[in-house]
Design a protein around this ligand. Sequence first.
Ligand SMILES: [Zn+2]
Ligand SMILES: [Zn+2]
Ligand SMILES: [Zn+2]
Ligand SMILES: [Zn+2]
Ligand SMILES: [Zn+2]
Ligand SMILES: [Zn+2]
Ligand SMILES: [Zn+2]
Length: 238
Amino acid sequence: MTTIEIPHAYPAFECGICGELQNIATRIRLPDCSHTVCKECLTGFATTKIDEGRYPIFCPECIAERPRAIRTQVNEEIMQQLDLPEEQRSRLQELQLVTHCISVQCPSCKEIMNVDRAEFGEHNILVCPLPRCAHKWCKCCLKALASSQDRHRCKNGNIERLMKRKGWKYCPGCRTPVQKEMGCNHMTCGTPGCNVHFCYKCGALMIDTTNGGDVGTAVTDHYNECRLFDRKWKCSIQ
Ligand SMILES: [Zn+2]
Ligand SMILES: [Zn+2]
Ligand SMILES: [Zn+2]
Ligand SMILES: [Zn+2]
Ligand SMILES: [Zn+2]
Ligand SMILES: [Zn+2]
Ligand SMILES: [Zn+2]
């Protein structure tokens, strides 16, 4: 006796990633854009993005056809539905954390900690969360403070004034202060999850590689239009 296989004898839909007819039970519809993809494809897509340290993750179909500002994000609810391996799940949590936090290094124990971005903006005095350290310092001048000390007359005033004085710049993508060590004025933001390259001279965003793009071309384009860019520095990426 032979069985005849009937292809797609289940209610099917066309997945926007693999382009195949898939069982409707595996369909994931992204909110806002209503693009539909199969669970397997979206899991693979999200795994790759997480491995590349990219967050937020955008709808793969939107990436192909829409400018960044109107792309749908793969939200938390959809992430939960995916079969992400354990490793990527915890990496995702880290990436989510750093987009809301900035990394601060304790000047005493050198431990890197995550501080809430809004909170960091409000307070000038920071305390190391490690109990064995508990170092207290002023974020503006890095001066160590006694544990009982809640006030400190800072010679640097506030972070904005300090940044001006030292010539530091905020990354236009994630607003983390960046200090130029040496070399070319093309800056690559080192904050995990931020994929922004920017000009240290004028502060302009040159390219956000979250969804790919050619850094060399973007740097060259900026070289040509930026009046502040110091041309004597040749960028290694060009
Ligand atoms: Zn698919
Ligand atoms: Zn979409
Ligand atoms: Zn510490
Ligand atoms: Zn201070
Ligand atoms: Zn950044
Ligand atoms: Zn510039
Ligand atoms: Zn460079």
